[in-house]
Design a protein around this ligand. Structure first.
Ligand code: SAM
Length: 344
């Protein structure tokens, strides 16, 4: 049954979004810009590809309208990402608009490289941002620059401090672990999580780099990450099921605060529980990080389609969600768009 939302029934969730495999979609990742000020070699080694034309980028009004429809269909979590979301002018205003979708929207989060974050931390918090994830691929200044292409380690460390000072909890850090690059820092990262009482999440390197230089030898498996940390800091699995979360979460067996998360999409595919869908900055729905087709929601919205027609379009797209990614198949085709455009 479809119900048109009015102010009177806004708190009613219309129905849930399910794909053809019965997976319920609860998590929407919105890329708010395709621009980025870092040049991580695993993502944008050759600089930015041609940027989307300004008029193709969704406005805040459009993002809010689309998000409200998604929330009415059972989306509980929205993560703003990019590119670098802090580069999108007026981000605080967008957070304010989206936070009006609570309480049906249960979680409003941001993924950022941290650069320039401290200028906005308090305003983002006051606007209703619930959680922040900051990327941190090395604790060594020279390695950090080698990976990201910028000399900004201190700025990122300052961003973590400012997230703490402004009461964000939990604060998650993301590191992509790459063989012969930063895999020698796993123990330092774990130590950092303990000392700072943070959740440090380690992600397997995925074939989403614009240089198409990914190769399997450089993937450090989740199992190896676990083993190396566990040898030094024994870990304790927090929950025996992961639900539809991406990470296995571990605490420290000695009771130290802090958390380790391991995200292993390459070696331990978790597509069977996937509850995610993505919206690119130019309004394309992607049903999988590795989709090779996109669905143009922007043009549907801009064509003057009714709310019910937009809902119908979204339902049809979700129904086509892929059963799983094909990274491990011989016929795997890497998507044209990099993580920076898709929105990680
Ligand atoms: N600019 C923000 C940031 O740096 O966090 C948000 C966008 S970034 C694309 C989101 C996440 O994707 C980051 O944590 C990044 O490390 C991860 N990422 C990018 N390319 C990746 C790849 N090839 N494999 C695994 N993770 C990747």
């Amino acid at each position: 049954m479809k119900t048109i939302l009015t102010k009177a029934n806004f708190n009613l969730v219309e129905k849930v979004l399910k794909d053809s495999f019965g997976r319920q979609i609860r998590d929407l990742r919105i890329s708010v810009t395709d621009r980025c000020n870092f040049r991580c070699f695993y993502c944008l080694p050759n600089g930015e590809p041609p940027l989307a034309r300004k008029e193709t980028i969704l406005t805040f009004e459009e993002i809010t309208y689309i998000s409200e429809i998604f929330v009415s269909l059972g989306i509980e979590k929205i993560r703003l990402t990019g590119g670098e979301p802090i580069l999108r002018k007026g981000l605080v205003d967008l957070v304010k608009r989206l936070s009006k979708l609570k309480p049906n929207l249960k979680d409003l989060a941001l993924t950022t490289n941290g650069f320039d974050f401290p200028k906005h931390t308090a305003n983002l918090k006051n606007a209703g941002l619930d959680r922040v994830t900051i990327s941190l691929d090395s604790l060594k200044a020279d390695k950090f620059q080698e990976i990201t292409g910028v000399d900004k380690l201190n700025e990122v460390l300052a961003a973590i401090e400012s997230a703490k000072e402004n009461g964000f909890q939990p604060i998650k850090l993301n590191a992509v672990i790459i063989r012969d690059c930063n895999d020698d820092e796993l123990i330092d990262f774990a130590h950092f999580a303990r000392e700072n009482e943070l959740s440090f999440r380690f992600i397997e390197f995925m074939p989403l780099d614009s240089g198409h230089d990914w190769n399997r030898e450089r993937v450090v498996s989740g199992k190896e990450i676990f083993r190396k940390i566990n040898e030094v800091f024994p870990l304790k699995l927090k929950e025996t099921t992961r639900g539809n979360e991406t990470a296995w979460k571990y605490g420290f067996a000695d009771g130290a605060k802090g958390e380790i998360g391991i995200i292993a999409p390459v070696t331990e595919m978790f597509c069977g529980q996937c509850s995610r869908i993505r919206l690119t900055a130019d309004g394309q729905i992607r049903t999988c990080l590795f989709s090779t087709t996109e669905h143009n929601l922007r043009d549907v919205v801009r064509s003057g389609a009714s709310r019910n027609e937009i809902i119908g379009f979204i339902e049809d797209v979700v129904f086509k969600k892929e059963p799983h990614h094909n990274i491990n198949d011989a016929k795997f085709i890497q998507p044209d768009r990099t993580m920076s455009f898709i929105g990680g």
